[in-house]
Design a protein around this ligand. Structure first.
Ligand SMILES: Cc1cc2nc3c(=O)[nH]c(=O)nc-3n(C[C@H](O)[C@H](O)[C@H](O)COP(=O)(O)OP(=O)(O)OC[C@H]3O[C@@H](n4cnc5c(N)ncnc54)[C@H](O)[C@@H]3O)c2cc1C
Length: 78
């Protein structure tokens, strides 16, 4: 299978772009220079636009109820 699009970088932007392209059938390949998964959580808080992108990328309606942390309390020394 030939790919039409090459996405370089499998961070959130690359992953979302590849999902959004793949859903309507655009053949897409994603590459990343890293061969490990970034171990820290980096999406503990999302705004409405990010949630909208995740819905368009195919997360089911009940996904957030199943995976979201129900309550987040930030702590800062400042
Ligand atoms: C600890 C932490 C917590 C965070 N928490 C939140 C949060 O709660 N909510 C929120 O909205 N944001 C949060 N962020 C910010 C969020 O993670 C970034 O905004 C987001 O990762 C940016 O996505 P990106 O795809 O643009 O870039 P990146 O995540 O930096 O991904 C870029 C990817 O491209 C790859 N790459 C780079 N150069 C090349 C190359 N030449 N060839 C191949 N691959 C390459 C890299 O390896 C990387 O995987 C957090 C960040 C950190 C560090």
């Amino acid at each position: 299978m030939k790919a039409s699009i090459l996405v370089v970088g499998y961070g959130p932007v690359g992953a979302a772009t590849a999902c959004l392209l793949g859903r309507p059938g655009v053949h897409t390949i994603v590459i990343d220079k890293s061969n490990t998964v970034f171990a820290q959580p980096r999406a503990i808080a999302l705004d409405n636009e990010a949630l909208c992108v995740l819905q368009m990328a195919g997360l089911s309606d009940d996904a957030f109820a199943r995976i979201a942390i129900p309550y987040v309390k930030p702590h800062s020394p400042f």
